[in-house]
Design a protein around this ligand. Structure first.
Ligand code: FMN
Length: 366
């Protein structure tokens, strides 16, 4: 293949040189599991297995009391299968601070060979402690402000004498899933990539030289978006929604079809039982929720540290609703999405997306 597209610079995170500076964002409850993560890693990006509630569609989960142990076993399986499919790629996990088995998921990640842990939905202040026996694993917190970035870097250095290997800035105005800004702050310039990314890049360079590359997430779709992000100071991007409509995405076909059918106005903000706003697709579930109907089972997995469904019997069971959509049930299923949901027009291979962006075959195959 000959191409006029300029090569993208590789991204260095800790000891890993990522040939194509794209991290596939973790998508919970088995939307990004071994198939998607290995496909992305085989194209020269970083593939992330999202660890939250991985057990629910696994052979290890039979009933609620198995839930935490089954999550560990399911994660070990996913990491093993991803590694088999991508022996040379960079495979990591996404671990959410807000889940009750955060520490167990982090420990299971490193014990089963994750090369990177990307961690958000709260500040992963103790991440280096949980991974101290595996110093090669790159640790990458997700933050939404310069203030949070400063806090993470200072705290880790003071307590653990180490810095984040990179930081993912997630723009709450465009990203999918749980958002790092309150409802009233959404869509303000103050939290936007255009405002925060250059501040972060300047801070990181001034304070730490090249040691903490900034990766940006939210609303990144094509090469023009990546070039824009690099111009603003990012060294790489994290993309999630773009990878949903791929053959390799681990969710049910109905989940992908919902994106293909999405129209303008179908991306909405929902209050999650975790107490954070989240961005989701308007499925029949959302219509029922907004209509004030009873929408889901009672808490059955006790997955979140703080949960309005479990603790106050309000809201809905998010694990149940996300699991249902992953299984293809749109009536009871909640689908997270970034603002770009409506841009999908067909189901493609991960390879097609990378070749469109880089204009080259995967560096992993050369
Ligand atoms: C279906 C879906 C599930 C997600 N699940 C998680 C998750 O489990 N943990 C997390 O940290 N972020 C999660 N996210 C956020 C993404 O990892 C990513 O940072 C964000 O969506 C980037 O924006 P984009 O979708 O516009 O590319 C999710 C996003 C989507 C679309």
């Amino acid at each position: 293949m000959t191409s006029n597209v300029q090569p993208l610079p590789p991204l260095q995170i800790g000891e890993y040189t990522i040939p194509v500076p794209i991290i596939q964002g973790g998508m919970g409850i088995r939307v990004s599991a071994n198939r998607l993560a290995s496909a992305v890693a085989n194209e020269g990006g970083v593939g992330l297995i999202a660890t939250v509630a991985l057990s629910l569609a696994s052979k290890h989960y039979k009933k609620a009391k198995d839930y935490y142990r089954a999550n560990i076993l399911a994660l070990a399986d996913e990491l093993e299968m991803a590694r088999e499919k991508s022996p040379d790629g960079i495979i990591g996990t996404n671990c959410m601070v807000a889940i009750r088995d955060f520490e167990a998921m982090v420990r299971a990640s490193v014990e089963n060979g994750a090369q990177m842990i990307v961690s958000g939905a709260g500040l992963p202040l103790r991440l280096p402690e949980f991974t101290s026996d595996h110093p090669k694993t790159a640790l990458v917190p997700i933050i939404s402000s310069l203030r949070a970035a400063r806090l993470m870097a200072r705290r880790w250095f003071k307590l653990y004498k180490r810095l984040p290997d990179a930081l993912v800035f997630e723009d709450p105005n465009t990203a999918g899933g749980h958002l790092g800004a309150g409802r009233s702050e959404l869509y303000s310039k103050q939290h936007s990539m255009e405002q925060v990314l250059p501040e972060l890049a300047e801070w990181s360079l001034k304070e730490y030289g090249d040691e903490i590359p900034i990766v940006t997430a939210g609303g990144i779709w094509d090469r023009a978006d990546i070039d824009h992000a690099l111009d603003l100071g990012a060294k790489g991007v994290q993309m999630a929604s773009r990878f949903v409509c791929t053959h390799e995405c681990d969710a049910h076909e109905n989940f992908k079809t919902a994106f293909l059918k999405a129209a303008r106005g179908d991306v909405v903000i929902v209050d999650s039982p975790a107490g954070l706003p989240s961005r989701a697709l308007k499925t029949p579930f959302i219509k029922s929720l907004f209509g004030g109907e009873e929408v889901s089972e009672k808490c059955f997995a006790s997955c979140l540290s703080a949960c309005r469904c479990r603790d106050e019997e309000k809201a809905f069971c998010i694990a149940y609703a996300l699991h249902k959509s992953q299984q293809g049930d749109m009536k009871e299923g909640l689908i997270f999405t970034g603002s770009n949901a409506v841009r999908h027009t067909e189901i493609v291979h991960v390879r097609d997306i990378f070749e469109e962006i880089t204009g080259q075959p995967s560096p992993m195959r050369s």
